[in-house]
Design a protein around this ligand. Structure first.
Ligand code: SAH
Ligand code: SF4
Ligand code: F3S
Length: 456
């Protein structure tokens, strides 16, 4: 599948890495942006002569790429550091990367004095220099962003970990400052890459054999081409027309910047997947205002109506926060009503978590934990029923599925539809279709979260 320059390059780096004998372990928490940043960090480390290993015990360098979106996510890295700090005596060195690193900065050295390097994502382009300092014995190295940088992190040393989906970050950072959210403080200011560099990357990953591309950004549709050549919808259409590319996904879209031409592009270009993730957060305009989301329920519903009126049937998913400070029983009912109105195919529900530096910290976190848990439970149960009926509509349909993995225990093959729905299917062929290939599957059974089928 992977040919030419890429293979030669990877082998050269591998020979170099084997010769130097330095090793690293990297664990990633959080969103797809973090997963993709890790692909760039791994490539950079390999280029610096490090070989990736599977456990903390085998590594010289132990890196955690962290997430701070909710308190629970943040605590994970401190648990890991605590579990493995004894390895410091054996000469291993620790680095904390990502959103907790940026948020906590030098405070991490106080809380975990055995950590030698702390870097937020906006400073990764300085990683080679930071690694050299680490190797020379420095113990308090920081790469911290001041929300000034205009630069994005583009590197030719990218170690793609997902064999079927090529990620491309098109916009970094966030300028929206929703009142509950850490991201504007952890990922720096909003900055887009040029459309020509994005299209060059799309063509290069198509040449490597990828057929699916996912465009990434905290608010992917807030994209502004620094060259002024393309709108986000134009960019989507252009990526969708790159030779060899069969599926283009994009996440996450912000309702404020969701324009009608995005729906038009999905209608016009068949390679653009018929799925949009459009986080609403709340169905109450009063709560949306407190959240500083910069749109009302009506504004959001207008965007939903554009998608419902499209020629293709667009699958819609969302994120919802329950128990935001001051969310009343009536506000919550409005969120439940919105669920019924939109009929989402997937909902990620979260209990509000108070976060450092955010304006919502000054509001009283008035909803007791038990009530937040109750609202989340009610929401997800209702959503399960909606999905049960949505997914049942696929019964009898024949759909194109990209094969992802085999599940020998269940005798099934796992894949995904263009709408991003998991499809588990069987085949009567003697040889199963290869991961990464596309097959036609007839749907013979449905669940609230997946479809079951037979290859035709
Ligand atoms: N940029 C995207 C979301 C990125 S964060 C957007 O604005 O839509 C992913 C999700 O985490 C958010 O959509 C939100 O639902 C959730 N989230 C963010 N901060 C949170 C907090 N403090 N407590 C609970 N959930 C939160
Ligand atoms: Fe956070 Fe709001 Fe930015 Fe999304 S738009 S990342 S929720 S601040
Ligand atoms: Fe988490 Fe940072 Fe992503 S806070 S969700 S890793 S942007």
């Amino acid at each position: 599948m992977f040919t030419g320059f890429r293979v030669r390059c990877a082998r050269d780096i591998l020979d170099f890495v084997m010769a130097t004998g330095k090793t690293f372990y990297l664990e990633t928490f959080g969103c797809q942006m973090n997963a993709h940043d890790s692909e760039k960090v791994i490539g950079t480390l390999q280029q610096q002569g490090y070989r990736q290993v599977e456990s903390e015990e085998e590594a010289d360098l132990i890196f955690y790429n962290t997430c701070s979106i909710r308190d629970k996510a943040e605590q994970k890295v401190f648990h890991r550091l605590n579990d493995y700090k004894k390895l410091y005596q054996a000469g291993k060195r620790f680095g904390v990367l990502g959103c907790v690193a940026q948020q906590e900065g030098e405070k991490i050295f106080e809380r975990a004095p055995f950590v030698s390097l702390v870097s937020g994502s906006a400073s990764y382009r300085k990683l080679p220099e930071m690694l050299t300092r680490l190797e020379s014995g420095e113990t308090r190295i920081t790469g911290l962003d001041d929300r000034q940088t205009e630069e994005t992190f583009e590197t030719e040393f990218m170690a793609r970990q997902n064999p079927y989906r090529g990620y491309i970050t098109i916009i970094e950072g966030c300028d929206k400052f929703c009142s509950y959210c850490v991201v504007p403080y952890t990922r720096g200011k909003e900055r887009s890459r040029t459309s020509s560099s994005i299209l060059a990357e799309a063509r290069s990953i198509a040449d490597m054999g990828y057929t699916e591309i996912q465009l990434l950004g905290q608010n992917v549709n807030s994209y502004r081409d620094p060259e002024g050549k393309m709108s986000f919808a134009d960019l989507l259409a252009n990526v969708g027309q790159v030779g060899g590319i069969r599926r283009v996904r994009f996440t996450t879209s912000h309702p404020r910047d969701f324009t009608r031409d995005i729906v038009d592009a999905i209608d016009a270009v068949p390679t653009l997947c018929d799925h949009v993730h459009l986080p609403v957060q709340s169905g109450s305009s009063r709560v949306l205002k407190l959240m500083a989301r910069e749109y009302t329920r009506e504004w959001y519903m207008e965007r939903i109506s554009w998608m419902k009126a499209a020629k293709r049937q667009i699958s819609i998913s969302t994120d919802i926060i329950v128990g935001f400070p001051g969310e009343t029983a009536d506000d919550f009912i409005q969120t439940m009503d919105l669920l019924a109105e939109v009929q989402y195919d997937c909902v990620f529900g979260f209990k509000y978590s108070a976060r450092p530096n955010t304006p919502a910290l000054t509001m009283i976190d008035s909803i007791p934990e038990a009530e937040k848990a109750h609202r989340l439970h009610v929401l997800l149960e209702r959503q399960k029923e909606i999905q049960r009926s949505n997914y049942a509509k696929h019964l009898g349909q024949i759909m194109e599925v990209m094969v992802e993995a085999m599940n020998p225990a269940r005798g099934q093959i796992a894949g995904r539809s263009s709408q991003n729905k998991p499809v588990n299917f069987t085949t009567t062929l003697p040889i199963s279709p290869a991961p990464g290939s596309y097959v036609k599957v007839k749907i013979i059974g449905t669940f609230p979260n997946s479809l079951v089928g037979e290859m035709v």
